[in-house]
Ligand binder design. Structure first.
Ligand code: ATP
Ligand code: MG
Length: 422
């Protein structure tokens, strides 16, 4: 039996990869408009980095990480998210001394041992964006506006939900009120929530259980407990979103599954992915850089899930953009094949995307091949054409054909062809 890919690990085949490149290309363009620069960080890190940042008692750290002892016995982890690695790098290379506001993004695979479902994999890919060094609420609104701009640019309809989780000052007050509410709810909560409240009571609010959700309608609301600084911050975030005409909804139940968030959190939600409704999520993490041994600087970030974007963009049967070939050389017979071989290279030197398939199959089957690879033009060359010094150029969309002079001066010839088909 042949070996198959691991469960939850997926090949991205060429047809789909074209769509990935399109999404990544739009993202790079838009991130650059906002002043973000790319950073590339390793996939493997010391396990402690994630335990310290994401939180020891989160689902990710407790049961989802791909961790192993390497040959020296050190515990390493395949990164489950991007922020921890980017911050590690930011601290290690003193990037804060270079500019007061560092705007960084990275793209790549993440690993979590979850139950695979549609839109939920064990190796998945994120575009992860961080703005480090500034705690102004304008930046919160700006980063949400950037995610929004990308999703709109891609033609997606999503809704933005925001919340504030407060800070070290006010969250404990809320936690206390919530714990009291939970104590009064004994016996009415699912086992997960019973367990969660001991470690991080906030996280019960994120429970997917319908009975728990119905119960939490009467739970205290975190926004009522914000200290005046956090409340003012949240107010400006809302005002700024309104300035930019960005629709949003305040969702006081949104708490996120990572421990490091403070103040603003947000999710980009779609109703077209079933249970996997978030295409992206993020928030502020003002204590995290210091917690990782860096300077006491604030930060905010978000991550978009590539697989979910791809699912959304192909959901309504929409075709992924095919590969684009400018010209297919259909050479018939061995002499034509050899001649085409050098012509092909000359066309590529002109910047054209030019292919042939070396099969010397029938004209019909080569034409089919040309159509299949999305070629705009086909150059048909048989031994007859060669002896008359001409070949036939076919426009694959309009089916118009015209004769093209061949020439031994391949540079001049390919330049002329490039002009004709551009
Ligand atoms: P979810 O609630 O769907 O589990 P999450 O809160 O764990 O998401 P984050 O850690 O904030 O998600 O990651 C941000 C984005 O990354 C998600 O909105 C989603 O699009 C994507 N993502 C997270 N986990 C997976 C996964 N296992 N497979 C595919 N995409 C994922
Ligand atoms: Mg998750």
């Amino acid at each position: 039996m042949h070996i198959k890919a691991l469960k939850g690990f997926k090949d991205i085949l060429p047809q789909e990869a074209a769509l990935w490149q399109h999404i990544e290309g739009r993202a790079r363009d838009i991130f650059q408009r906002f002043g973000y620069r790319e950073i590339k960080v390793p996939i493997l890190e010391k396990t402690g980095l994630f335990a310290r940042s994401i939180g020891e008692t989160t689902d990710i750290v407790e049961k989802e990480m791909y961790s192993f002892a390497d040959r020296n016995g050190e515990s390493l982890t395949m990164r489950p998210e991007g922020t921890a690695s980017v911050l590690r790098s930011f601290i290690e290379h003193n990037l804060h001394s270079e500019r007061p506001l560092q705007k960084l993004y990275t793209m790549g695979p993440m690993f979590r041992h979850e139950r695979p479902q549609k839109g939920r994999l064990r190796q998945f890919h994120q575009m992860s964006v961080e703005a480090l060094g500034v705690d102004r609420p304008e930046l919160d609104a700006e980063i949400m506006a950037m995610a929004w701009m990308l999703l709109v640019d891609l033609g997606l309809k999503v809704s933005l939900e925001i919340n504030s989780l407060g800070c070290q000052e006010c969250r404990p007050l809320f936690n206390k009120a919530l714990l009291k509410f939970l104590a009064d709810s004994k016996g009415e909560l699912c086992p997960d929530c019973e367990r969660r409240q001991e470690k991080n009571p906030l996280r019960v609010l994120d429970c997917k259980n319908a009975k728990c959700q119905a119960h939490y309608v009467n739970a205290p609301v975190i926004l009522d407990y914000l200290c005046s600084d956090c409340a003012a911050h949240f107010q400006v975030v809302e005002d700024c979103l309104r300035d930019l005409n960005i629709d949003y909804k305040v969702n006081s139940f949104m708490v996120r599954g990572l421990d490091y968030y403070t103040r603003t959190t947000f999710e980009l939600i779609t109703h077209d992915l079933g249970a996997q409704s978030a295409v992206g999520a993020g928030g502020r993490y003002d204590g995290l850089i210091a917690q990782l041994g860096g300077p006491a600087l604030p930060g905010i970030g978000f991550a978009l899930g590539m697989e979910r974007l791809v699912l959304l963009l192909t959901a309504d049967g929409g075709e992924a953009p095919g590969d684009i070939i400018d010209i297919f050389l259909a050479a018939l017979g061995p002499a034509a094949g050899r001649r085409a071989f050098a012509m092909l290279h000359a066309l590529r030197l002109q910047g054209l995307r030019a292919v042939m398939d070396y099969t010397s199959r029938s004209l019909k089957s080569q034409m089919k091949q040309a159509a299949r690879c999305g070629s705009r033009f086909t150059l048909i060359m048989g031994d007859d054409e060669l002896s008359s010094g001409r070949a036939m150029l076919r426009d694959m969309a309009s089916h118009e054909q015209r004769e093209i002079e061949l020439s031994a001066d391949l540079r001049a010839w390919s330049k002329a062809v490039a002009e004709i088909i551009s």
